[in-house]
Design a protein around this ligand. Structure first.
Ligand code: COA
Length: 150
């Protein structure tokens, strides 16, 4: 039996074809309604000082996971949000989701964020177990959303 190749988490630096293809493969595994980001959209995320796009790279399959971290200053202090965590179906259960979240937590800590928030629907059982295992605590707060259309 062949060993699983090593997986590295890195910060995406260019919206090159590899990244665009990987996002096109990963995003539908997270959301059936989100439109695929264009190269310009990805470049905007990469260039913004407020956002970091992490990718997990497997020596054999290329990019197999991603996560976006947003860090911003509010009157109560620096806050961080994790969005769009997804690992390719064929690469799950190998600690890649954990490695992506850990990388985001380290970056948020270096930015002196007070908190790191995220949301995850209850039916996302694997995701909720992952966050709990890594030390996230469920908050008693209402989650509100105002949809502004497309
Ligand atoms: C949630 C998600 C990102 C987790 O990714 P993952 O790479 O499978 O995550 P991990 O491997 O770190 O953890 C998942 C399981 O693998 C196990 N695991 C962790 N490290 C492992 C390793 N080195 N070897 C084998 N299994 C391992 C964990 O124990 C965990 O199982 P448990 O939670 O039952 O204990 C992935 O399931 C996914 O993309 N789901 C669809 C999209 C989604 O729901 N995203 C979250 C939005 S909030």
């Amino acid at each position: 039996m062949s060993e699983e190749p090593e997986v590295r988490v890195e910060v995406a630096r260019t919206a090159d074809p590899e990244l665009i293809d990987a996002v096109a493969r990963l995003l539908p595994q997270l959301s059936s309604s989100a439109a695929l980001p264009t190269a310009y959209d990805l470049e905007t995320i990469i260039e913004s000082p407020a956002t970091t796009l992490f990718v997990a790279r497997d020596g054999r399959a290329g990019i197999v996971g991603m996560l976006t971290l947003a860090v911003f200053k509010a009157p109560t202090g620096v806050r961080a949000w994790i969005e769009d965590v997804v690992v390719d179906g064929a690469a799950r259960g190998r600690g890649i989701g954990e490695a992506l979240v850990q990388a985001a937590l380290e970056t948020a800590q270096r930015a002196e964020a007070r908190t790191v928030d995220l949301t995850s629907r209850p039916e996302r059982a694997e995701a909720n177990r992952l966050y709990e295992r890594l030390g996230f605590e469920r908050r008693a707060s209402n989650l509100w959303r105002f949809s502004l259309g497309s």
